[in-house]
Design a protein around this ligand. Sequence first.
Ligand SMILES: [Zn+2]
Length: 161
Amino acid sequence: MSGKVSKNNVVGFTYTLQDSNGVLLDQSEDEALEYLQGHQNIVPGLESALEGLSVGDKQVVVVLPEEGYGLWEQDLIQPFPRDAFPDDLELYVGLELETESGHGPIVLRVQEIQEDQVMMDANHPLAGETLHFSVEIKSVRPATPEEIEHGHVHSKGHHHH
Ligand SMILES: [Zn+2]
């Protein structure tokens, strides 16, 4: 079954992701990545660019930060007191720690270690980046009612919630 990419279809695609300098940031595994179109499973700029494509289509998609992982915001760098961290935790710049926020878990990165406080950066690692995707559509199928209700793909056998 291969229609066009449209809302409530499960779309399988392979991709590479480069930054504006052509540095490879990410790429799909051997198997195509599946997502549910129209449910914000992927960044908005990519989702809207894939709308209407068919299996076999290849597309280069340039996504600005506003339509990607957002702009880099100074306000998202916040100080935490040193004693907020466990004694046995070895802190280093770039260390990523997951913490609970009011909106679910978020990842904070150690940006700078000072004498009695640690600056933690909550920006997405790709915030501020213009994303250069090169994608190929591998499969399109209608989602099941359960997938549409949940807003994500259930791959064979297991779904993670
Ligand atoms: Zn589910």
